[in-house]
Design a protein around this ligand. Structure first.
Ligand code: SAM
Ligand code: FES
Length: 338
């Protein structure tokens, strides 16, 4: 493989222009790097959407508090444990608990849930994705047994951040949360939306620079997809080619990172997740949420996999992954340390 002079000007050029030969060169380099560290493995994480109640009002998000047209739900701890049991029997060894910012899930309630999961499934990793919390809260949850935390920074540019969020949310706090999570020893996930309204190539470069500084163990990026009940209902969805190029660039810049082929990628294109895997992704996150609530966790329009049983989802994903020459790995799939 020819060496690539990978500086920010070069990256900007790749992002601004579609050139099949260059794009393919980048993709092959990303694939080579991923195989060096992770072989042909694609790790599975069982996603449990524990509540769609949120006190935030992000302009792009379908479950934002101003959306009065969705049915709100919250899972009880017994329901969450049932999802884990179902997932464990299907072979999952990582559970991702994700929700809007729902005050019901205070430290006390969450510690009970984490404790129950860890007691029953000590061989499993717990990833939380519950939004911005205090340093103390992250600390307590870590002590209770949480291993990883996903918190996309969404955009690293302050002006852009203000165009996507109401005045009471701040990029500074979001970044601080990420540094707190890193300091507390979580495997930490940052990330951003590709093609969000008003995003420029410079914004994306700021995202990459911020992540180089943070050095996260996980990075989640996916295309923007409009939701009909949000401020951005009439904006265009993010571009798949741009998302795929960014996935490869991220793999090259962060060789050992855990990088999911997201549901949003599978929503904008029927083969989006397969293409994501070919571009350097090494994680998939099938849904373990109860079927009766799946449609209520609608972050964007036409979200896929809301009607299938978890067992069906995993079979479908397994085939998709194998169709591009990789295989589904059900182990905990921790970050490889240096
Ligand atoms: N509340 C938690 C938080 O803020 O991190 C987790 C849930 S939040 C819904 C998960 C992610 O969904 C966000 O970080 C955002 O990037 C993504 N998301 C929300 N709306 C989206 C949209 N319309 N298109 C693509 N991604 C979206
Ligand atoms: Fe709260 Fe999206 S606005 S999860």
């Amino acid at each position: 493989m020819e060496n690539i002079n990978f500086d920010y000007n070069y990256i900007k050029n790749i992002l601004l222009h579609d050139d099949y030969k260059t794009d393919e060169k980048i993709r092959l380099k990303a694939d080579e790097i991923r195989q060096k560290y992770y072989g042909k493995k694609v790790f599975a994480r069982g996603l449990i959407e524990i509540s769609n109640i949120c006190h935030n009002d992000c302009y792009y998000c379908g479950i934002r508090k101003s959306n009065r047209n969705i049915r709100r739900y919250r899972l009880e701890s017994d329901d969450i444990l049932e999802c884990c049991e179902n997932g464990y029997n299907l072979g999952f060894r990582t559970f991702v608990l994700q929700s809007g910012e729902d005050f019901y899930f205070n430290d006390y309630n969450l510690c009970i849930i984490i404790d129950r999961i860890k007691e029953k499934y000590p061989d499993c990793a717990i990833t939380l994705s519950l939004g911005e919390r205090s340093y103390e809260s992250y600390k307590v949850l870590k002590s209770a047994g949480a291993d990883r935390y996903l918190l996309r920074h969404e955009t690293a540019d302050n002006e852009h951040y203000k165009k996507l969020h109401p005045y009471n949310m701040s990029l500074e706090n979001r970044k601080q949360c990420l540094y707190n999570l890193k300091n507390l020893g979580y495997q930490t996930g940052a990330g951003f939306i590709v093609g969000s309204p008003y995003q420029t190539v410079e914004n994306i470069i700021s995202d990459l620079k911020f992540m180089q500084e943070l050095n996260p163990e996980m990075i989640g990026i996916g295309p923007f997809i409009p939701h009909h009940d949000t401020v951005f209902r009439n904006y265009d969805a993010g571009n798949i080619q741009l998302t795929l190029k960014l996935l490869s660039i991220i793999r090259i810049m962060f060789p050992r990172v855990l990088l999911p082929a997201t549901t949003a990628l599978g929503t904008i294109s029927p083969t989006g997740r397969e293409q994501g895997i070919k571009a350097g992704c090494n994680v998939v996150m099938p849904n373990l949420s109860p079927l009766k609530f799946r449609k209520d966790y609608e972050l964007y329009d036409n979200k896929i996999c809301t009607g299938e049983e978890s067992a069906q989802c995993i079979e479908c994903l397994k085939k998709r992954i194998e169709s591009v020459g990789y295989y589904l790995d059900m182990s905990r799939g921790d970050y490889i340390m240096e």
